[in-house]
Ligand binder design. Structure first.
Ligand SMILES: *[C@@H]1O[C@H](CO)[C@@H](O)[C@H](O)[C@H]1NC(C)=O
Ligand SMILES: *[C@@H]1O[C@H](CO)[C@@H](O)[C@H](O)[C@H]1NC(C)=O
Length: 472
């Protein structure tokens, strides 16, 4: 599809409401001799695309449907790679909407497609897994599975993405390419995205978008950040042996290692960079106080926002433990990426996709409801789609937060991973509208003439609804 802004402005102007009723009576209407074929679902020719998307999302039936899906999934939380029931709910709803999908992908994932079936492809991603937490919120839709709970909003992420699927399906004939809806397993263990990528889910994808509910912004507010946004998170585990004869003391070697590890942050790092290195476990020795243990193990975690610092941190931790062990006549084995603790890289938003998210969010939620988020110490395996370690996968993407801090229920709101965690379900339709709008307009940008000033695509979205048939 090609269009220049001159044509776009002209068409937009022509489609503005007629000033006299007589001019709207001609049927079939034509513009520049092209047939007028408005989307059958379009209630008002006057609607802007933005209003149309919002009216689809906020329609009482849609909003209730989204909420009920979230509640259904909430009642039956499933942990990483066990999302059998969750994925069956997703497939049931996709079937009802006649949306095609691949399943199973990465064991329990679902990947659905809306649009022409042809390139370009853009992807929207939701995660599906719950946490091993006993829900302590007493409500009608409390988790029915002991010891498991959706305490990080992934139930809501799935519901929002299904909502987006519904909206996009109604706009399907106008999508200038294909939207790939990724329902990803195992985010909490940092494994799901990697597996999805290995199954080729994002091959040929030109942009990927993710939304996460947060309590750090007010309900309905979009918050995101260009570049480094969420921390990378890695774990290390080391076993230190007193290997010499006579055996040296691994307790001493471990003590020295722990102290030296503190210096990485306090003395080696740029104070404006903000890495974390934390030893969280020490295990060794026995009640036999006259025996030096053979080995002692330690484990901990490290985090950083820049990829350079993050990977350097891992290397340096290894070096410090190995060197300190040697000083005390011990040997050590350091594991930086065991299967137990997969490493998740920093989430670094692509500038171009970030700009798009900001501009579209300004239209969907209003400029006053879009914020630049501060960097956030949590991590997200969404980062893998944007930069898979040791692989060529580098999809430009943007993770954005959708706020749900709500003054009227503030006293009930608890942080993610708390057994008291709740979701302000009234923001879910906004999440669906955002997802749909990100993808719809990004396909327009990808298929517009290289010389098109994208500004006009956003203007177009804000003003008159214009089926793309006119733009071919
Ligand atoms: C279109 O908008 C104009 C001006 O806002 C309004 O008078 C007219 O009734 C609208 N038409 C439809 C079909 O909604
Ligand atoms: C905040 O919570 C109240 C009570 O549940 C609800 O009526 C309202 O819609 C919520 N506001 C937003 C913006 O989600």
């Amino acid at each position: 599809m090609h269009f220049s802004h001159m044509i776009l402005i002209t068409l937009t102007f022509l489609l503005l409401p007629p000033s006299s009723s007589s001019s709207s009576s001609s049927s079939p209407e034509t513009i520049n001799n092209q047939p007028r074929c408005l989307n059958p679902f379009l209630q008002h020719k006057n609607d802007s695309l933005k209003d149309y998307i919002l009216s689809l999302a906020n329609h009482v039936d849609t909003a209730n449907w989204i909420k009920n899906i979230r509640r259904e999934i909430h009642e039956y939380p499933e942990l990483a790679f066990e999302e059998i029931r969750t994925s069956s709910v997703i497939r049931r709803e996709l079937d009802k909407m006649s949306i095609g999908y691949r399943w199973p992908v990465a064991r329990t994932g679902v990947v659905a497609f809306v649009g022409s079936g042809l390139p370009p492809f853009v992807a929207l991603r939701a995660d599906m897994d719950a946490l091993p937490i006993q829900e302590l919120v007493e409500w009608e839709h409390k988790s029915k599975i002991d010891g498991k709970m959706h305490a990080c909003g992934h139930d809501a992420h799935v519901a929002m993405l299904l909502g987006a699927a519904k909206i996009l399906k109604q706009l399907e004939t106008e999508l200038q390419g294909t939207v790939i809806l990724i329902f990803q397993p195992a985010e909490e263990t940092g494994e799901g995205a990697k597996e999805m990528i290995k199954e080729g889910v994002v091959e040929k994808v030109e942009a990927i978008f993710g939304l996460h509910l947060v309590l750090s912004s007010d309900s309905g507010v979009v918050a995101t950040r260009e570049g480094e946004f969420l921390a990378g998170c890695g774990c290390f585990k080391a076993v230190i042996h007193g290997c010499m004869i006579p055996p040296q003391d691994p307790i001493l070697a471990v003590s020295a290692s722990i102290l030296s590890l503190q210096h990485i942050v306090s003395r080696e790092s740029d104070p404006l960079d903000t890495p974390v290195v934390s030893v969280a476990m020490v295990r060794g020795g026995s009640d036999d106080l006259n025996v030096i243990p053979d080995s002692v193990s330690i484990a901990g975690t490290y985090r950083a926002f820049s990829k350079k610092t993050f990977y350097a941190l891992g290397e340096r931790i290894q070096e410090v433990i190995k060197s300190q062990s040697l000083v005390y006549g011990c040997s050590s084995v350091v594991d930086l990426e065991g299967n137990e603790f997969p490493r998740v890289p920093p989430t670094v938003n692509d500038k171009r996709i970030y700009d798009h998210v900001i501009r579209v969010s300004n239209l969907i939620v209003g400029e006053g409801n879009v914020e630049i988020a501060p960097v956030f110490m949590g991590s997200e395996d969404f980062a893998f789609y944007m930069d898979m370690d040791g692989d060529d996968v580098k999809i430009p993407g943007c993770m954005a937060f959708l706020g749900m801090k709500n003054r009227s229920i503030l006293h009930h709101q608890h942080s993610p991973h708390s057994p008291y965690y709740t979701v302000d379900e009234d923001v879910l339709p906004t999440g669906s509208a955002l997802h749909a709008a990100f993808a719809y307009t990004y396909l327009l940008i990808l298929t517009s003439h290289p010389s098109t000033d994208h500004y006009y695509i956003y203007i177009y979205m804000l003003t008159t609804y214009l089926p793309n048939t006119y733009l071919n």
